[in-house]
Ligand binder design. Structure first.
Ligand code: NZQ
Ligand code: ZN
Length: 388
């Protein structure tokens, strides 16, 4: 196991009705003038918006609001949010929605206390030194942004989607009420589940040895998702299944499953180019890319795939390790299909003629991508092509 530090001080308020505590939580974490940030309207349709507004009003917390975050959040709205926060002297951001809304909030939080262009943080030109505190009310189990230090934004001028990271961006609190996810369309539930599983796989496929504890934590999250996802697709109002998935989503990405080991992240970065160019749902893009990445790197570095097959997918150990490993990947592919996820470029509107462009945007001036196997430009092209 490698040396590591771990400090993940988000306060979680989990369970039915937890959003009723939001005003107290904001006050507990020092907020007195709030930006209420949300997406394209699902929270208005579900009635959550009205409940949150009335809770803030009852508590006498002044707020301004900015809706309209789109999935795969864009730089344009972040600039608007920064201006609004500066003008209104906002000291706390409340994100109500999914990963896109939370990531947009994190960008606004860092950008509001920075004199330059907030995209500097996403282009590696500046390090985040200050950020407004944020809190979240999560409405979809997927990205894990409710407990992570990460934010991913698409620069509208270049269509490049990149992440930034700072411990200052971890939410001060996150309200997780599984009931709020019951209104999700099945496709979004499944895409969220895929993203959760991908967050674990990015950490599981590691070359660091003797990491039994994090291996076992990763396997527990994956097995939970394999059990609960079909239950919730079958019965969207299954509270207990929603609850397990919601907590799994947090565990998958606050890095408790990833400490002390090298991590990969090639599939995520390869996918981000798809969601930037075609506005694909992130989890659906991962469903296309991740199994292709697995099949490709299995040929070069098979060891962890045997464990993945035997422990996660209950494939009986065989004499032929490669066959066992292949059966594990096949089981993952069948699972993704069974929950309605795509597996090809065609299904997500991606085009063969863009593969060179996607690869150029991904690599920039870098020579390789990923860690479990360091992928060259040719490797990345091969992975994209295997999704045709
Ligand atoms: O915008 P609204 O109207 O709210 O609709 C959203 C959106 O259309 C809808 N939705 C959310 N909760 C709902 C609901 N519809 C009905 N009922 C509800 N309860 O679902 C759609 C997707 O929402 P979005 O926020 O985009 O989903 P998700 O949480 O999957 O976030 C995806 C974004 O997170 C990034 C992705 O790249 C993508 O941009 N990621 C962020 C990470 C992080 N910050 O740590 C890590 C991830 O790997 C990921 O890259
Ligand atoms: Zn993800």
């Amino acid at each position: 196991m490698d040396n590591f530090t771990f400090y993940a001080p988000t306060y979680f308020d989990f369970g039915r009705g937890a959003e009723e505590h939001v005003a107290e939580l904001i006050q507990q974490f020092g907020g007195s003038r709030v930006l209420l940030h949300y997406g394209g309207g699902s929270i208005k349709k579900s009635g959550l918006y009205d409940r949150v507004v009335s809770t803030l009003q009852k508590a006498g917390i002044p707020f301004v609001e900015l809706g309209g975050v789109r999935p795969n959040p864009r730089s344009g709205l972040v600039y608007e949010g920064i201006e609004l926060c500066k003008k209104e002297k906002v000291d706390f951001i409340l994100a109500v929605g999914g990963g896109s809304t939370i990531d947009s909030s994190k960008a606004i939080a860092a950008g509001s206390l920075y004199d330059g262009d907030f995209l500097d943080f996403y282009q590696g030109k500046a390090v985040i030194e200050k950020a407004l505190p944020i809190g979240t009310i999560l409405t979809i189990a997927a990205a894990g942004s409710e407990g992570s230090p990460n934010t991913v934004i698409t620069d509208e001028s270049t269509q490049i989607k990149k992440g930034a990271k700072s411990e200052l961006l971890r939410p001060k609190f996150s309200v997780l009420n599984p009931e709020l996810t019951c209104t999700l369309p099945a496709y979004q539930t499944a895409a969220g589940a895929t993203d959760i599983m991908a967050h674990v796989c990015e950490r599981y496929f590691s070359n660091t040895e003797e990491v039994e504890i994090t291996d076992r934590l990763c396997e527990a999250v994956l097995k939970t998702m394999i059990y609960e996802t079909p239950r919730v697709i079958e019965d969207p109002d299954n509270y207990e299944a929603r609850a397990n998935i919601m907590w799994a989503g947090m565990l998958a990405h606050n890095n408790i499953c990833g400490v002390g080991r090298s991590q990969d992240w090639a599939s995520h970065h390869i996918e981000h180019e798809l969601s930037a160019l075609y506005d694909v749902t992130h989890g659906a893009g991962l469903a296309v890319i991740m199994p292709k990445w697995m099949r490709y790197v299995l040929e070069i570095n098979p060891d962890k795939f045997v464990l993945f097959a035997e422990r996660v997918w209950d494939i009986k150990p065989g004499m032929n390790k490669k066959k066992t490993a292949q059966k594990g990947i096949e089981a993952f592919e069948n699972f993704l299909k069974s929950i309605g996820m795509p597996s090809t470029f065609d299904e997500i509107g991606a085009k063969e003629e863009d593969i060179e462009l996607l690869t150029d945007k991904l690599l920039g001036s870098r020579k390789t991508e990923g860690n479990y196997v360091k992928l060259t430009r040719e490797d990345v092209i091969h992975i994209y092509k295997s999704a045709l």
